[in-house]
Design a protein around this ligand. Structure first.
Ligand code: FAD
Length: 396
C-alpha cells in the first residue's frame, strides 16, 4: 500500500524537508509507492530574517515573501489547511476544515510565535522586529527619533535551556541600530542601552547565551558607544510612563523599547498534549540525535518548535533537515534510521548594516567569535537576495 508522509508547516523547516524528501525518494514517488503532502495555514512563505531590514528602512519587505506552492517540487501535494488536532495512536492530523490527513510518517514543523502578552505592559509599551508588522512600526519610530534612549531587552522561555528565536538577533539589531542612527546623523543625541537577563540558558550574568561571545561583546559595544548592562530580566512595562521594570528590582526609562519578546510554540502544538514544557510554552520533546518526538517512533520534528538547546534559526534547520529526510527515507527503505544530528548551526550574523560575521557551533562547542567583514556581509546579502530561496528548495 502507498506510504504517506505528512509535513505540517510551510516555513523554512517544512519546505526544506519536503523538498529534500522528494529528491531522496524520487524512485518510490515515480512508482506511486510513496506520497508526500505538506499542509500549511498560510499561502505565503516568509523569509523571517527579512523583518530586520524592514525595521531599519532597508526594505519594504515584499522581496522576502514567496508563494508557498512555488517553492515546492511538483511531486509534493500542497494544501492550505490549519492543523488543529493530532492523533498519534491512529496516525492522523485533523484540520480546521474537518479534513483528516493520515500518515505513516509525520514531520511537525510549525515553528514558534512571539508572545509579548506574557509580560505585563510589553504589548502596549514595547516594540519588536520579529514580525513584519512589528518591524514596520519600529521603522517609523527609528526614522523619527532625534534624542532620548533606545532600551534593548531580551527575554528567554521559562522552560530551562531553551533559547528565544534567533539567539544573535538582539546583538545584530543593536549594532544595526547604531549604524542606522549614525547614518541619520542623530546618534550622539540617542543613548542605546543593551540589557540582558540574569539567566540566559547556561550563562549567568552575561551579555549573550554562550560564554565566549558574551566575553567579547563588551569591547564590541564599547567601540560603538553602546551602553550595556547584565542582570535585567524584564518583568513589567509601564507603557504610559515609558518605564521598564526588572525582576531584579531595577527600573529604566526609555523612549523606544526594542524587545525580544517571550516566544512559545504555536497553538496547534501547545494544545496537542505532546509537550510538558513549563508555562504551556509547547516545545516538543525532541530526541537530540534522531530528531524524533520522544516516545513516538514515526513522528519527526525540527526547526523552532523543538526543545533542543540550539539556536532557533534557519542556520540550524539547514543542518537538521537532511537528518530528518535521511532518517525517514532509510526507515521506509530499510526499517531503521541512519543519521544523527550533532547540533550543528552555521550562519552569518549581520553585525551592523555592512558587516557579516560567520558563526558555527554544535552541541559540544560554543561559537568562537571571529571578526566581522565586508566579505561576510556580501555572503549574507546573497542569502537575503536569493540563496535563501534556493536553500528552501533544497538546492543549497
Ligand atoms: C527577525 C528575525 C531574524 C532572524 N535572523 C536569522 C538569521 O540571521 N539567521 C538564521 O539562521 N535564522 C534567523 N532567524 C530565524 C529563522 O527565521 C527561523 O528559525 C525559521 O524561520 C524557523 O523556521 P520554522 O520552519 O521552524 O518556522 P516558521 O518559518 O515560522 O514556519 C512555520 C510554518 O508553520 C505554519 N503553521 C503554524 N501553525 C500551523 C498549523 N496549525 N497548521 C498548519 N500550518 C501551521 C506557519 O504558517 C509557517 O508556514 C530570524 C528570525 C527572525 C524573526
Amino acid at each position: 500500500m502507498k506510504k504517506k508522509i505528512l509535513i505540517v508547516g510551510g516555513g523554512t523547516a517544512g519546505t526544506m524537508t519536503a523538498n529534500n524528501l522528494a529528491k531522496k525518494l524520487m524512485p518510490e514517488i515515480d512508482r506511486g509507492e510513496i506520497e508526500i503532502t505538506l499542509i500549511s495555514n498560510s499561502k505565503n512563505h516568509y523569509y523571517r530574517p527579512g523583518a530586520m531590514y524592514v525595521a531599519f528602512g532597508k526594505s519594504e519587505g515584499y522581496e522576502f515573501v514567496r508563494d508557498q506552492r512555488s517553492l515546492l517540487m511538483s511531486e509534493i501535494n500542497f494544501e492550505i489547511q490549519e492543523a488543529t488536532e493530532i492523533d498519534t495512536k491512529n496516525n492522523f492530523v485533523k484540520a480546521k476544515s474537518g479534513k483528516k490527513f493520515e500518515y505513516d510518517f509525520l514531520v511537525l514543523a510549525t515553528g514558534c510565535e512571539a508572545a509579548p502578552d506574557r509580560i505585563p505592559g510589553l504589548s502596549e509599551g514595547g516594540d519588536w522586529f520579529y514580525t513584519y508588522e512589528g518591524a514596520t512600526k519600529l521603522a517609523k519610530k527609528f526614522h523619527n527619533i532625534t534624542k532620548g534612549r533606545v532600551l534593548v531587552t531580551v527575554n528567554f522561555p521559562k522552560t530551562p535551556n531553551i533559547p528565544h528565536q534567533c539567539g544573535i538577533a538582539p546583538v545584530e539589531t543593536t549594532i544595526m541600530l547604531h549604524d542606522f542612527l549614525t547614518q541619520r546623523g542623530v546618534r550622539e543625541n540617542i543613548e542605546i542601552l543593551y540589557t540582558y537577563p540574569t539567566h540566559a540558558q547556561s550563562v549567568t550574568n552575561g551579555l549573550f547565551l554562550q560564554e565566549p561571545t558574551s566575553k567579547v561583546l563588551p569591547a564590541v559595544f564599547d567601540g560603538a558607544g553602546i551602553k550595556h548592562r547584565t542582570g535585567f530580566t524584564l518583568s513589567k512595562v509601564d507603557a504610559k510612563k515609558k518605564i521598564a521594570y526588572s525582576a531584579e528590582g531595577e527600573e529604566i526609562e526609555f523612549d523606544i523599547l526594542m524587545s525580544t519578546p517571550p516566544f512559545i510554540a504555536t497553538k496547534f502544538i501547545r494544545e496537542s498534549g505532546l509537550s510538558q514544557a513549563l508555562d504551556n510554552e509547547g516545545w516538543l520533546p525532541t530526541d537530540k540525535k534522531t530528531l524524533k518526538v520522544k516516545g513516538l517512533s514515526n513522528v519527526y520534528t525540527l526547526g523552532d518548535v523543538v526543545d533542543l538547546p540550539v539556536s532557533k534559526a534557519g542556520g540550524t534547520i539547514h543542518n537538521q533537515t537532511d537528518v530528518v529526510a535521511d532518517n525517514i527515507a532509510s526507515e521506509l527503505r530499510h526499517g531503521y534510521p541512519t543519521e544523527n544530528y550533532d547540533g550543528l548551526v552555521i550562519a552569518i550574523a549581520q553585525m551592523g548594516l555592512s558587516c557579516g560575521m560567520p558563526l558555527w557551533y554544535n552541541y559540544e562547542e560554543d561559537v568562537q567569535p571571529t571578526p566581522c567583514s565586508k566579505l561576510g556581509s556580501f555572503v549574507r546579502k546573497g542569502f537575503n537576495k536569493g540563496i535563501y530561496w534556493a536553500a528552501a528548495r533544497g538546492m543549497v
